[in-house]
Each structure stands twice: as C-alpha cells, then as structure tokens.
Design a binder for this molecule. Structure first.
Ligand code: FE2
Length: 292
C-alpha cells in the first residue's frame, strides 16, 4: 500500500476466519511497557521469536489476545521497502503513513468487555458511538477518526477493513470495477456521518468486506470529545444490500431524516486533491457560513 514492506497478509492455507491485527508502537521501550501493562492486567503475552519478526517484516513483536479471542500483535520497527510503491493498477495511492493502513471493524458478542480492554489496557480512545439501530463504538489511536470499531452483533468476527485513497476518483473507478462483478458490491456508495468518509463496501473472497474510501476527516485526539450519534451511520447512500426489506426501510428512513434536517459536512481534502473555486453566489456564501 505504501513504502512498508508489509501491510496486509493473505494466506490461502489459513482456515476461514483466521485473522490477526498488527498495532504499531514507537520503539522497543514502548513495546516492553505494553507487555508489562498487559501482564499486569492478567493478559497472556508471548514475546515472538526473531523468525516471526522476519516474516512480519518488523524488528520485534509480541502477541496476545483480546477478550473476543482476536489475535493481536504489537510491533515496532517496520521495514521500509527500497523499491517505490507500485500499485496493482493505476491509482493515486493509499492514505496511510502516521494514520496507519486504514481501519478494522470487528463484530463482537458483547462490546463492554472488549471495549474495556482496548481502552483501559491498550490505551485506545473512544471517538463516538451509536446505540440504535445497533450498538457500534469507534476508537482512535492517532488523527484518524477511527482505526478500530466494534459492532455488537452477538457474533465474534471481522466486519470490514477500510482502505483510504488519496483521490475520490480512485473510489469511483474501483466502484465501477466492482459493479462489473455480480454481487461484489455489498454496500452502495455513500458518506459516513462520523468520519465523513465517502466509500462503498465490497465482498472480499473471505467472509469480511473491504471498504474503499476517500476524504476521511482528521481529528485532534488531545481535544476530542466522544458523543453519541443519532443520525445513523450515513449522511446518504450506503444501502446495505444484504439487509431484509424492513431493515433497509429503517435505514432509509434514518437517512431521509438526516437529509430533511440538513445534515451535511464539508468535504475533507488535502493539498493536491482539490481546487478551491471562487465564491460565485451570495446565496451559497450565506448557506456555507451558516451550516459549517
Ligand atoms: Fe468503515
């Protein structure tokens, strides 16, 4: 995805549902401190051997499990490739760097013990949450609005992995490609309420989805206040094609209400992927001043 030698591991030999998540710490001292914190909390920690560190392309790692049984690996010293990143097809690239590869969303039986582990032991911070139509909690570890989220579905699993592109057109072009394949798209193009991501979701060959997005917001972790959100997960779009008709109707009503109440958010851009147009219309100047 970038200059890292390894971001994602795909292993055909692993049974369906096998997964592990790598979380990066600054250095050896931070890794030791984390191991000590886990042990104090009664969590079993394995100092993984050099051979696994070589396989993962990192200097060192420890492994442990979260209360849902997910294997986590904490590491430092990721190897950087000598060759520049060369994407599999023509795209502008992935927004990673200090924000990490994107976000992972888990499904859990019961959020409370899992959340306590990520927040109290690992040090994740709550970004926001929804309680209806289901419980979902979003967590950050840097300026990305969420690097991890959990949805309480009653079943432990992997919901999706999000990757963010530099250009909105990359998302649209990926959407076109996904639409050429029957049943590939599982959530239509839409925009999220909390991280402002414009995205769609497609089925991976495994049991989880990939969210392909653009324009996720940056937050300031030092001054962030977590709130409950009432507008549903999306400002528009994001039809979940697998839902029963009645559930789709509930989701549609939430979006229609958000629209009727004028929920909007400025697009989140970065240098190089936008061009600011001159103001042309007193009416719009008034709207943009009053709504943002
Ligand atoms: Fe997502």
């Amino acid at each position: 995805m970038d200059d890292r030698k390894q971001r994602i591991v795909i292993d055909r030999a692993a049974p369906e549902g096998t997964r592990f998540f790598g979380w990066e710490v600054t250095d050896a001292a931070a890794l030791d401190a984390l191991a000590a914190r886990l042990e104090t909390a009664g969590v079993g920690v394995t100092a993984e051997p050099r051979t696994l560190a070589d396989t993962r392309r990192v200097r060192a790692l420890i492994s442990f499990k979260d209360p849902a049984g997910n294997r986590l690996e904490a590491f430092y010293g990721a190897e950087i490739a000598e060759e520049p990143f060369n994407p599999g097809r023509s795209i502008s690239g992935f927004r990673t760097g200090p924000l990490g590869l994107g976000h992972a969303v888990l499904t859990v039986e019961n959020i409370d013990p899992v959340m306590a582990f990520y927040v109290d032991v690992l040090g994740f911070a709550l970004s926001d949450y929804i309680l209806k139509p289901f419980r979902a909690y979003f967590f950050h570890v840097n300026g990305r609005h969420h690097s991890l989220a959990m949805i309480e579905t009653g079943k432990s699993g992997m919901h999706h992995l999000m990757m963010e592109m530099f250009s909105l057109d990359d998302v649209g072009q990926a959407y076109d490609i996904a639409l050429t394949q029957p049943d590939r798209v599982s959530v239509t193009l839409g925009r999220h309420t909390n991280d402002f991501m414009t995205s769609f979701y497609c089925k991976s060959p495994s049991s989880f989805m990939i969210e392909c997005g653009w324009g996720g917001r940056d937050i300031d972790p030092a001054n962030w206040q977590a709130v409950e959100m009432h507008d549903g997960p999306s400002l528009w779009g994001h039809e979940r094609v697998w839902l029963q008709a009645a559930d789709r109707e509930v989701a549609r009503e939430m979006r229609m209400r958000a629209a009727a109440e004028g929920r909007r958010a400025p697009v989140q851009v970065m240098e190089g992927n936008y061009r600011l147009m001159p103001g042309t219309c007193p009416w719009w100047d008034g709207v943009s001043k009053s709504s943002v």
